[in-house]
Design a protein around this ligand. Structure first.
Ligand code: PLP
Length: 384
């Protein structure tokens, strides 16, 4: 059976240019970077620094050294949450939202445990939209950092991050934006947003697994301590004292995922070639078509009906466990995600064990959505 891939929010498929670029790196310029004077090392180093510049342009960062290569969004969040330890004291607040992925909850909880700070949670309504009036009530001078996702992986909601950033800054809080679900669909402008940090994963944006980006404003990256110690993040090491390298190297200890960084650049260039406006417009038609077709099924319960949504449709069929639907649909050649999507608090808020999630990318088609609808109807018949 031909595969219909609707698990793009988990990871995207890779275009041929990306696959070829990985092979090209290993066959032509594989060497360790920043350390050798030999030609091959120079070639690899130059190739690794090029994507830093293209990503800087892509997200409109002010400086190239504000772009840190990471292994993914999780790494970026942990790096900042760990670095904030020295800025928090008992009684301070860290704020997240009710619709965060576990990776944007747990590192902040760990930070609160280390420092005695408390966690505030911006609640959401029954459509899966953050309640801004509640956010306005929660935020105060005690709030030191707010970390919210740009787009929810479980619900597809696009959050009002500019509002959150401006309000947080008004009380002196820093803002971290988890852009894992936004980066495949939207070109973030970090200067226009004025966020302090913005993270995303390469593997969700047509790039390799183990690659990612953490943008941080220069003044914050200067203030934060290094996350890991090791080779390449130092200026000078003696047994008495070590001084650290400048940005971005202070945060890039050890041999990085060299091919990952280089090829992430290829992936971002590829997406820019397709055009983010084209991607957003096309995916919106898929979202509207898919929503309308799925709603024609009896017993269809959509989970997440925010006014501002990206191409994610989370749903359940009345009286049927999402795993059963997911398993049967998979047997019919359609890959959807089932479960809590690493967002258990979201499922708890809706009092459900999980959802079936179809997440569309720009390479999906309406014919594939028709196949999903047919498969869901068949599964429903078999299970009721
Ligand atoms: N944040 C959100 C909103 C996500 O959807 C994900 C992954 O699904 C992550 C964070 C974690 O990303 P990664 O596992 O690539 O670090």
């Amino acid at each position: 059976i031909p595969l219909v891939y609707f698990d793009n929010a988990a990871t995207s498929q890779k275009p041929q240019v990306v696959i070829d670029a990985i092979s090209k790196y290993y066959t032509t310029i594989n060497a360790n970077i920043h350390r050798g004077v030999h030609t091959l090392s120079q070639l690899a180093t130059d190739a690794y620094e090029v994507p830093r510049q293209s990503i800087q342009r892509h997200i409109n960062a002010k400086h190239t050294h504000e772009v840190l290569f990471t292994s993914g969004t999780t790494h970026g969040i942990n790096l900042v949450a760990s670095g904030f330890t020295q800025f928090l004291k008992p009684g301070d607040y860290v704020m997240v939202s009710a619709m965060e992925h576990h990776s944007n909850i747990v590192p902040w909880q760990m930070l609160c445990e280390r420092t005695g700070a408390n966690l505030h949670v911006i609640p959401m309504n029954e459509k899966g939209e953050l309640i801004m009036e509640e956010f306005d009530k929660l935020i105060s001078e005690k709030t030191k950092i707010v970390s919210v996702n740009h787009i929810s992986n479980a619900l597809g909601t696009i959050n009002p991050i500019k509002y959150i950033i401006d309000k947080a800054h008004a009380v002196g809080a820093a803002v971290f934006i988890d852009g894992a679900q936004a980066a495949p669909h939207i070109r973030p402008d970090v200067q226009a947003l004025d966020c302090d940090f913005y993270a995303f994963s390469g593997h969700k944006t047509c790039g390799p697994t183990g690659s990612g980006v953490l943008y941080g404003k220069e003044e914050w990256l200067e203030k934060l301590p290094p996350y890991q110690g090791g080779g390449e993040m130092i200026k000078e090491v003696t047994f008495e004292k070590t001084t650290y390298a400048g940005l971005p190297h202070k945060f890039e200890a050890g041999t990085p995922h060299i091919a990952g960084g280089i090829v992430l650049g290829t992936a971002i260039d590829y997406l820019n070639g397709v055009g983010f406006d084209n991607i957003a417009a096309y995916e919106h038609t898929l979202l509207e078509y898919g929503t309308q077709k799925l709603l024609e099924i009896d017993g269809m319960e959509l989970v997440g009906t925010a006014a501002e949504k990206t191409s994610v449709i989370s749903f359940n069929l009345k009286g049927i466990h999402p795993y059963d639907v997911g398993t049967l649909v998979d047997k019919m050649g359609i890959a959807v995600r089932t479960g809590h999507h690493c967002a258990q608090p979201v499922m708890n808020a809706f009092c459900i064990p999980g959802t079936i999630r179809a997440s569309f990318a720009f390479y999906n088609t309406v014919e594939e959505i028709d196949a999903l609808v047919t498969a869901v109807k068949k599964a429903q018949m078999m299970l009721s």
